[in-house]
Write a protein that binds this ligand. Structure first.
Ligand SMILES: Cc1cc2nc3c(=O)[nH]c(=O)nc-3n(C[C@H](O)[C@H](O)[C@H](O)COP(=O)(O)O)c2cc1C
Length: 332
């Protein structure tokens, strides 16, 4: 055995290892209903990200908008991991030929130490969805500005809803939930991804679903049953709602929006700000149009985020499980 190769790996071997680590870090990414609709293909110096159609929610998300956005989060997590390992990655988004091939990451040269990415890499496993009422202190202007800057740096926009727009959002979210709940096929899809029917390592577990209705202005996802997550009776009056939106409504923008969501959410995590995505008003076209009117039709809404801080007395929210890396990474 060439022991020298083990103790002194060549740059190409280090690059392949860094790409494998990046795909593994990407496994922590949030996704709609925890479907994790992505797959990586690893070669010596390249990592390819593909959308897995079998884990796209065909009723809730027929165009794959939220699945592609989820893949974008995974892409940004992988970019963070490469930068933290001092690799300069070239990213090719939506390479021609295969519509499900979303991005190709290629590493060739080393980059200087990047302390922001090192911090983000540490935050990746800590980030989680918080469905408890965010009844602590309001999000401060410096935190909101930092989250907005992080989102904008990834080519996506963030609009902070004004109080009257939060009431409009509440109406749109309520309309969206009612129309979805009225559809038996939608209910069956939700039940599949919130029960023990979904593939092990996917789905939203009861430990992440509130044990009673939360007191909130904008209704969160109705999972059809109460879970085991203890929530207080406090009202999240102080919560901030922001709208993530892009210039065009197409897969390339959805992917970028996912990268922006990752950048904003990791920044929020580092600043003690809790995040809960609301996608029901995006899933139903009439509600999506109502959100579009709130930004005077200058862009296309992709996701609503509920931001806030929790009551310090609340226990930490639990983490959801993930598919094992071997099921998500193909090695050529
Ligand atoms: C695009 C997208 C849409 C989501 N929509 C909702 C939603 O409407 N309601 C909700 O409670 N959680 C929503 N989530 C959160 C996911 O359910 C969550 O990310 C997943 O279960 C994994 O849990 P974690 O974020 O705690 O790791 C969404 C996440 C993403 C990425």
């Amino acid at each position: 055995m060439d022991t020298d190769a083990l103790t002194h790996p060549t740059d190409p071997e280090v690059a392949t290892h860094a790409l494998a680590e990046a795909a593994t870090a990407a496994g922590y990414a949030p996704s709609i209903h925890n479907t994790q609709p992505w797959r990586w293909r690893l070669t010596a110096d390249t990592l390819e990200l593909s959308l897995v159609r079998g884990r796209v929610l065909t009723i809730t998300d027929p165009e794959g908008r939220l699945a592609t956005l989820s893949c974008g989060v995974a892409l940004h997590h992988a970019r963070v991991a490469l930068a933290a390992q001092r690799w300069d990655a070239t990213v090719t988004r939506m390479p021609p030929g295969d519509p499900d091939l979303l991005a190709r990451l290629h590493v060739e040269q080393r980059s200087p130490v990047d302390s922001a990415s090192t911090l983000h890499l540490r935050s990746i496993p800590l980030r989680h969805t918080d469905r408890r009422p965010l009844a602590g202190a309001p999000v401060g202007p410096a935190d909101l500005a930092a989250i907005t800057t992080a989102v904008q740096a990834e080519g996506t926009n963030l609009h902070t809803l004004k109080p009257d727009q939060i009431l409009e959002l509440a109406a749109a979210a309520d309309h969206a939930q009612r129309s979805e709940i009225g559809d038996p096929a939608w209910q069956a899809e939700l039940a599949y991804w919130t029960g023990d029917t979904a593939p092990p390592g996917t789905s939203v577990p009861d430990t992440a679903i509130p044990d009673r209705a939360t007191q909130t202005t904008v209704p969160g996802r109705d999972f059809g049953h109460h879970g085991d997550l203890p929530v207080s009776a406090a009202h999240d009056k102080a919560a901030t709602f922001v709208l993530l939106y892009g210039d065009t409504d197409e897969p390339a923008s959805w992917l970028r929006a996912g990268e922006a969501l990752s950048a904003g959410w990791l920044t929020a995590t580092e600043r003690g700000v809790s995040v809960l995505p609301h996608s029901a008003p995006i899933e139903v076209i009439a509600a999506r149009q109502a959100l579009r009117a709130m930004i005077a039709s200058v862009g296309h809404p992709f996701l609503v985020l509920h931001l806030g801080t929790t009551d310090p007395a609340d226990t930490a929210a639990s983490h959801t499980s993930r598919l094992p890396a071997e099921q998500l990474i193909d090695r050529a």
